[in-house]
Design a protein around this ligand. Structure first.
Ligand SMILES: Nc1ncnc2c1ncn2[C@@H]1O[C@H](COP(=O)(O)OP(=O)(O)OP(=O)(O)O)[C@@H](O)[C@H]1O
Length: 287
């Protein structure tokens, strides 16, 4: 069963073509990760699906109908990239306020517990930390017992522990049969949560596949080292020099390190790091 879809949807903002003929089906169940560099069109796609924006051309359907109609939107939950919470409302009041807009809702205590907000339930949102605000903003997407939830960069600004707690909550919702569409810049996050990944770039869908397939496409690592004279090595898709250090970009860091040792070239200060998604995309487009 399809919960939402776009058919050849394009969206322009003046001269900018933010989405270019995008067709996407969102069936019931699972977590769909939208992955792509800044400005790729991910937020625009979500905003069209939830009825916040209209397409310039093409069709968008939510539960088989118009995403702008309240009866369709009532069955979704959403956390946009940026949220403004009323500063003087207490956390619990915020949850209760949002709950009033839905025919059925999750009991506030249960929701606050699920999102680790019980301790701050009586605090005014203006007094929350950035991470707590973000957690509340994401929790609010789940208040109305939605069937489909859209989360635009849900864990931006969260520390590792808070991020993992949020992942657990999202996974729990998915295991109970809920469907999630999320955007993220973190491959790690997509890997932890999504079973399907749609890569968006320059307003188009570049790939729609499993996490493993996408990881092999964009999972580039940076191997940095201090080395005087480096021979050519297999599997290197980019070389950068900065501050006297050499960085090698590769999809298989383990193999590269093995090859490096085998050359016998002296080096020190070896570091292996995942690249950001932007770097991975730039490297791939250059390669
Ligand atoms: N309201 C707007 N007015 C003008 N241009 C816009 C507007 N919203 C988005 N754009 C442009 O459309 C393109 C796609 O933006 P969008 O926010 O959808 O990308 P994104 O993939 O969500 O990026 P990010 O990862 O940075 O959030 C960008 O070039 C952006 O500058």
């Amino acid at each position: 069963m399809l919960l939402a879809r776009t058919v050849e949807v394009s969206r322009r903002y003046g001269e900018t073509l933010a989405l270019d003929s995008v067709s996407l089906d969102i069936p019931q169940g699972g977590v769909l990760g939208l992955l792509g560099p800044n400005g790729a069109g991910k937020s625009t796609l979500i905003n069209l699906l939830v009825g916040l924006r209209r397409p310039t051309s093409g069709t968008v359907e939510l539960f088989g109908g118009d995403p702008r109609k309240p009866e369709n939107r009532r069955r979704i939950g959403m956390t946009p990239q940026e949220t403004g919470l009323p500063a003087t409302l207490r956390v619990r009041e915020c949850v209760e306020f949002v709950a009033q807009h839905f025919p059925d809702s999750v009991p506030p205590a249960a929701l606050l517990d699920r999102f680790g907000l019980t301790d701050v339930a009586r605090r005014q949102t203006g007094g929350l930390s950035g991470g707590q605000k973000r957690r509340l903003a994401v929790a609010l997407a789940f208040v109305g017992k939605p069937r489909l939830v859209f989360l635009d960069e849900p864990t931006t600004g969260l520390d590792v522990q808070a991020r993992r707690a949020l992942w657990d909550a999202i996974q729990g919702f998915s295991q109970d049969g809920g469907t999630v569409v999320l955007t993220s810049h973190y491959l790690e996050e997509i890997e932890a949560l999504a079973d399907r990944v749609v890569v968006v770039g320059q307003g188009r869908i570049l790939a729609d596949d499993t996490v493993a397939a996408i990881r092999s496409m964009v999972g580039i690592h940076r191997v940095s080292l201090d080395v005087a004279d480096l021979p050519e090595l297999p599997g290197v898709v980019g070389v950068e020099q900065a501050d006297g250090r050499t960085s090698l970009l590769t999809p298989d860091a383990d193999q590269l390190v093995r090859d490096l040792v085998q050359t016998g070239v002296p080096f020190h200060g070896l570091q292996v790091q995942p690249t950001t998604l932007e770097e991975a995309f730039l490297t791939l487009t250059k390669a």
